[in-house]
Ligand binder design. Structure first.
Ligand SMILES: [Zn+2]
Length: 140
């Protein structure tokens, strides 16, 4: 697992209904995930920033639940509004944060596309960002 390259950004975020709120410091640039599980969870591709566990504080988590879609990772979501918020590998010290849940993303840019081998056929990737067949951070 590569170290995250975090930008020194103070951040806040929440789900749609506000049942889950969080703050923190230090965000990775945005990674676009094209895997099937993200499509199920987000309706389309997912855009995720990330941070270290130690830099994330859940300020409200009444409606936060975790779903383990596979033995190696789990997804954090809101049971009230259905918002998808977090993704974490059981082996990692980092947590991915859905970019759409962040209050603002000024200072972040796209870092790349992952799980491109699983991409749906109804769209094309037409930007200049690097593409990885699987996870850019995990050797497969
Ligand atoms: Zn919610």
């Amino acid at each position: 697992m590569a170290e995250l390259d975090l930008r020194p950004i103070e951040f806040k975020g929440s789900c749609l209904c506000g049942g889950v709120c969080f703050t923190g410091q230090g965000l990775r640039d945005i990674v676009y995930c094209h895997c099937r599980q993200c499509r199920f969870g987000h309706g389309a591709i997912a855009a995720y920033s990330a941070t270290e566990f130690s830099k994330l504080t859940l300020t409200k988590q009444d409606t936060l639940r975790w779903y383990s879609a596979s033995p190696v990772a789990r997804r954090g979501f809101c049971i009230k509004c259905g918002g998808n918020l977090f993704w974490e590998s059981v082996a990692a010290t980092t947590v991915s944060i859905a970019a759409g849940a962040l209050d603002q993303t000024v200072g972040l840019q796209g870092a790349g596309h992952i799980y491109v081998k699983d991409k749906a056929p109804y769209y094309e990737i037409s930007d200049h960002l690097p593409q990885f067949p699987g996870n850019m951070y995990v050797q497969e």
